[in-house]
Design a protein around this ligand. Structure first.
Ligand code: SF4
Length: 203
């Protein structure tokens, strides 16, 4: 009960609005976001989608064609390869429509559980819990879980959080993790859920 209350407090205090819901754009933007800051991901995604709007268009591009466009997001050679491979598979195997199941999304190259769950929640409104480093770290600090990997955290959180919070908790914990519960030197003095936090390093 307390966990649900605290999760709702995080969601209320650190809302994250997902303006883009198009499944293909959400999928490709999430690939671009790997090891990239939000602001850089946004620039790269905007550059890319200004020129290539659909999987059909991107599937015909060459990797070199998109290097400059996505460079701001970093790892651009690796990401270009993945993005074009994904676009080709979506065109050839799924007739240009991004699949809406975890199982099918996980078959796409470079798509892990976090990316797949973001697409399922943001684009298809399915209950899906995406766990990245922020969600993993904060859930452990709060004492909700005692886990070693994001995947372990995902399964534990699914046991203890009601389904309607699975989707929104990701974006809100990312905001909370960037603004307050940072990896190094968390700002516990201004933390709205400090009294519920079990972390021994609490400052
Ligand atoms: Fe994070 Fe500190 Fe808040 Fe605990 S009290 S959740 S460590 S910011």
């Amino acid at each position: 009960m307390e966990i649900e209350k605290v999760a709702k407090l995080i969601i209320e205090n650190f809302p994250r609005d997902h303006k883009e819901k198009d499944p293909f754009k959400v999928l490709i933007t999430t690939v671009l976001s790997q090891r990239s800051k939000d602001e850089n991901t946004e620039i790269a995604a905007e550059n890319l989608f200004n020129k290539y709007k659909t999987p059909f268009e991107l599937s015909k591009a060459k990797e070199e064609d998109i290097y400059e466009l996505i460079k701001p997001a970093g790892l651009y050679r690796q990401k270009a390869k993945r993005i074009i491979e994904i676009s080709k598979i979506i065109v050839e195997k799924y007739s240009g429509i991004v699949p809406n199941s975890l199982e099918e999304l996980l078959k796409l190259p470079g798509v892990g559980r976090k990316t797949a769950n973001i697409v399922l929640y943001v684009s298809f409104s399915k209950p899906a819990l995406a766990v990245d480093t922020h969600v993993h770290r904060i859930s452990n600090r709060l004492g909700w879980v005692n886990t070693k990997t994001p995947e372990e955290t995902e399964f534990k959180l699914m046991e203890i959080l009601p389904k309607n919070l699975w989707g929104p908790i990701n974006g809100s914990m990312v905001e909370f993790g960037k603004k307050v519960c940072k990896p190094v030197s968390p700002n516990c003095k201004i933390c709205p859920i400090s009294k519920y936090c079990k972390w021994e390093g609490k400052r």
